[in-house]
Design a protein around this ligand. Structure first.
Ligand code: BEZ
Length: 203
């Protein structure tokens, strides 16, 4: 399989952490691509009609996307453990948490594009504030559950860790640890894992 990736993306990081934690490193070739909405990468567009990273090209040549579909697929390839509970309330709790983390990352990435790439005279402050509000909404929800995370690892946990990591990477001044201390305490420990250390975004 091939993973088309860019190291700064928190969604890519989620997939990379899955690959490492599930012991699939030998099965996935990493191919770094540079792609933007304005100038999409041709190899990426050939496997994903909306040309977004991450995209996994399976051994049968078909592309898989987005990150949640890729992680669900990777989970089926590992003999153990599984990062998605099979059924019941536990399954929906993990999926909800994964969606919360993905929502945080979506809002943070969207706002990064708005603030980092759009010309200053075209930026829309209210839209940007709305994205930051979503980030805080997700942080509050994750923080309210963080005391119970313990040493657990699943798709929600990996998503939450990559979301926190992205805030440290692109929003170093947001000071999320002060407002969300339980999440900060959990993340301090989880981010020591080898899979997290080896997937840190570029400095
Ligand atoms: C970033 O540079 O923050 C970034 C790059 C690719 C995807 C998402 C975010």
């Amino acid at each position: 399989m091939k993973l088309l990736y860019a190291p700064a993306s928190p969604f890519v990081r989620k997939v990379l952490v899955f690959i490492k934690e599930l012991g699939l490193e030998d099965k996935v070739e990493l191919i770094k691509v540079s792609s933007t909405v304005i100038d999409p990468n041709a190899e990426l567009a050939a496997s994903n009609p909306v040309a977004k990273i991450p995209t996994l090209v399976m051994d049968n040549g078909k592309g898989l996307f987005d990150s949640r579909v890729i992680t669900a697929y990777l989970d089926t390839l590992a003999s153990s453990p599984s990062f998605y509970p099979a059924a019941g309330e536990a399954r929906w709790d993990v999926l909800r948490m994964e969606a919360t983390a993905d929502g945080l990352m979506d809002a943070a990435v969207n706002n990064r594009y708005e603030r980092g790439l759009r010309p200053a005279d075209k930026q829309w402050d209210a839209w940007s504030d709305g994205q930051v509000k979503k980030v805080h909404g997700a942080l509050k929800a994750l923080d309210s559950e963080a005391a119970a995370f313990g040493d657990r690892i699943d798709a929600g946990i990996v998503g939450a860790a990559c979301a926190c990591g992205y805030l440290d990477f692109r929003y170093p001044d947001i000071g999320w640890r002060e407002s969300y201390p339980a999440l900060g305490a959990w993340y301090a420990k989880f981010s020591e894992r080898k899979s997290m250390q080896e997937t840190q975004p570029p400095s």
